[in-house]
Design a protein around this ligand. Structure first.
Ligand code: G6Q
Length: 549
């Protein structure tokens, strides 16, 4: 592929940037009453208003040219068709097949994978209905009331954000817990609240070798056996979700309690597979399938909407505009919905693990910025914390603002107040407050001319801070499925434009390898001298603190 920065559309964007970099959105809105119509897109009830961005008609046209020149549509079709686009792991990328509700064939190495996907969905339905209906009980006949998912990274963050967000749909009396950290505190604190006879443990691990998960699973197993004095009952209380049946069998999990998925599903894209088992247990299989339906609807939109009205493509292009032309380092996720409090954590992995890359698909170092730092918080909490920097800081933070029009918990006027804050913030970030406006406010307060001169600079807000507003009717399984798929495709499109492989994660693998070396040193309890001076001294000091009398 021709180098990104040499493409005609890129060069045109560079030249255009010089012309528009200082243009204020206030003026763009004043000049054009049609911005909302032009710069908005919809899929079902999900509305994206991207008019509060630092773009003109020309900017948007050039960004879409870029998407065409790098052949986003061609790459998209290759992904859906099961081409091996994960070039460093020689695999297709087929999380979309997991939610292919049309059931049309999808081939990997000549085999239609839909029958095996459907088989696992049926297995999940059978199992979850038996547990939720009280037909499959704990070893002593007690109902299962607590699900503990043991997994990390992609085997934790996806199901965790969905279960948290979908709490209103949970079966009464069913609780779900997520243990990920190898810090023993995580498991210990959860085990304080559950009883072995009514708890089902799901050991979720694609590889079934991840140290954190395996240690937590072993500890949970020991706790279970110690309290029940019934080793045989482990088989009733532990199930596995994995691509590695052999390792799960060695752990003691019965074949009928294993839920399979496949190596063409990346960890951070796996919540649509059996990794979604805790979701299905907590919400029911019907709700899980609605969640898949929502993602499928977004897939269809992504595959068929023209680029100019294609929500994931538009979000991706705007991200490129700020990342590569305005040098924005980060991207904010502000969900004005308490149920979505884990969304930033989930999107951090999705985006930063996918596009935190320096080497392009041809194995060369890129000479432009790739994936942004993703961060965020729920609204309106964020306003009382870091929004000062958003309004008056020196760093641009383009952000997505999400909100449902209806609340699951209508308490007086509270949701209307939340909505008002949502609209007020994006407007203020766009518009800012001019010197004249700030002066008029101070004068109205009766401030003296001297005070006004001193205070005035601090009361001015530059504005021109870009935001995307993402508004939908209700936060329900279908909508959440569509929103998560929207972000997956956004990340994919950006990866295509940056010419990187969004589907490997060698940094994660490196982390797994590093800790195991040091762990052996720690176990030896000898003075350490084989690392650098900092690491040696840190380890030796820590061991002295930990083990001295
Ligand atoms: C995701 C990453 C990573 C992975 C975890 C857990 O894309 O590869 O977050 O999901 O390291 O791996 P296992 O599921 O194999 O335990």
């Amino acid at each position: 592929m021709q180098k990104l920065t040499q493409l005609a559309s890129w060069k045109a964007l560079e030249a255009h940037f010089e012309q528009v970099k200082d243009v204020h959105m206030r003026d763009l809105f004043a000049q054009d009453n049609n911005r909302f119509k032009k710069f908005s897109a919809q899929m079902d009830d999900i509305l994206l208003d991207f008019s509060k961005n630092r773009i003109t008609d020309e900017t948007f046209r050039l960004l879409c040219d870029l998407a065409r020149e790098v052949d986003v549509e061609g790459w998209r079709d290759q992904m859906f068709a099961g081409e091996p686009i994960n070039v460093s792991e020689f695999r297709p990328v087929l999380h979309t097949a997991l939610r292919n509700r049309s059931n049309t064939p999808v081939y990997v190495d000549g085999e239609n994978v839909m029958p095996k996907i459907n088989r696992v969905l049926a297995q999940m339905r059978y199992f979850t209905e038996r547990v939720r209906g009280g037909h499959l009980r704990g070893y002593s006949g007690q109902l299962i009331t607590d699900i503990v998912n043991i997994g990390i990274g992609g085997s934790d963050l996806g199901p965790h954000v969905v279960c948290d967000s979908m709490k209103p749909y949970a079966q009464r009396g069913m609780n779900v817990h997520f243990v990920s950290n190898v810090d023993p505190t995580h498991l210990t604190e959860i085990l304080k609240f559950v009883k072995p006879e009514s708890t089902l443990f799901i050991v979720s691990s694609k590889t079934f070798t991840t140290q954190e998960t395996m240690l937590n699973a072993q500890s949970a197993r020991s706790w279970f056996v110690e309290l029940t004095a019934n080793e045989k009952a482990v088989a009733r209380h532990f199930v596995a979700v994995t691509t590695n049946k052999k390792a799960a069998t060695e752990f003691g999990i019965l074949e009928e309690n294993m839920f399979e998925f496949w190596d063409w599903v990346g960890g951070r894209y796996s919540l649509w597979s059996a990794i979604g088992l805790p979701i299905a247990l907590y919400l029911g299989m019907d709700r899980f399938e609605e969640f898949l339906d929502g993602a499928y609807a977004m897939d269809m939109h992504f595959r068929s909407a023209p680029l100019e009205k294609n929500i994931p493509v538009v979000l991706a292009l705007l991200g490129i505009w700020y990342n590569n032309f305005f040098d924005a380092q980060s991207h904010g996720i502000m969900a004005y919905n308490q149920y979505l409090r884990r969304l930033p954590a989930y999107l951090q992995q999705l985006d930063m693990e996918s596009n935190g890359k320096t080497i392009n698909r041809e194995g060369e170092r890129v000479d432009y910025l790739t994936g942004p730092i993703i961060w965020g918080e729920t609204g309106s909490n964020c306003q009382h914390a870091f929004f000062q920097l958003m309004h008056q800081g020196t760093k641009p933070v383009p952000s997505d603002f999400l909100i449902p029009a209806r609340s699951k918990n209508p308490l007086g006027e509270q949701h209307c107040v939340l909505l008002a804050n949502y609209f007020a913030q994006t407007r203020a970030l766009m518009k800012g407050k001019t010197e004249e406006e700030a002066r008029a406010e101070l004068e109205a307060l009766g401030s003296s001319p001297e005070v006004i001169e001193d205070v005035l600079p601090h009361k001015i807000f530059e504005g021109n801070k870009p935001t995307n507003s993402i508004l939908f009717e209700n936060l329900e399984p279908r909508t959440l499925g569509a929103l998560l798929a929207m972000y997956e495709h956004k990340v994919f499109v950006q990866g295509v434009i940056w010419n990187i492989n969004s589907f490997d994660q060698w940094g994660v693998e490196y982390g797994k390898q590093l800790a195991s070396d040091i762990q052996q040193e720690l176990a030896s309890r000898h003075e350490i001298s084989r690392y650098d001076d900092s690491t040696n001294n840190l380890i030796n000091y820590c061991m002295m603190l930990k083990f001295s009398d």
